[in-house]
Design a protein around this ligand. Sequence first.
Ligand SMILES: [Zn+2]
Length: 143
Amino acid sequence: MASFKTCPTCDRRNDAVNATCTFCGTALAQAEIFDAPALERPRLTINHHPVQVPLKTELIIGRADRANDWIPDIDLTPHGGNAASGVSRRHAQLVWDGTWWIQDLNSANGTLVNQVPVTPGQRVALPDGAIIQIGTLYIIFYN
Ligand SMILES: [Zn+2]
């Protein structure tokens, strides 16, 4: 377990030690501290190959666009994620609040979880072993 505070402005989760919100800068002095499971990286694989995932509570999945200095937190380029395979630069986002959720970021080709389309703007919980389809890529999610 670890201790957290929820930002009163943007509603996102911060470490309890943070004086200000990592995401919007709001002072967190008034925010209540609560305990929840500690943040752990989700394990993602594509065709049995592990996908590199940084330790963050919000992870953008997409493809790098080096000409415009854009590298998503989870870059699918090394796994064949490109425009032809239907992967957007900012395709989907994983959000952690004690469990992992996914939301589609208005991607051109959408995101599916276990064959069900994710409605843009809605968060969908990710069960262990969920199959996330992004373009033509199938990503397996493990808690
Ligand atoms: Zn905030």
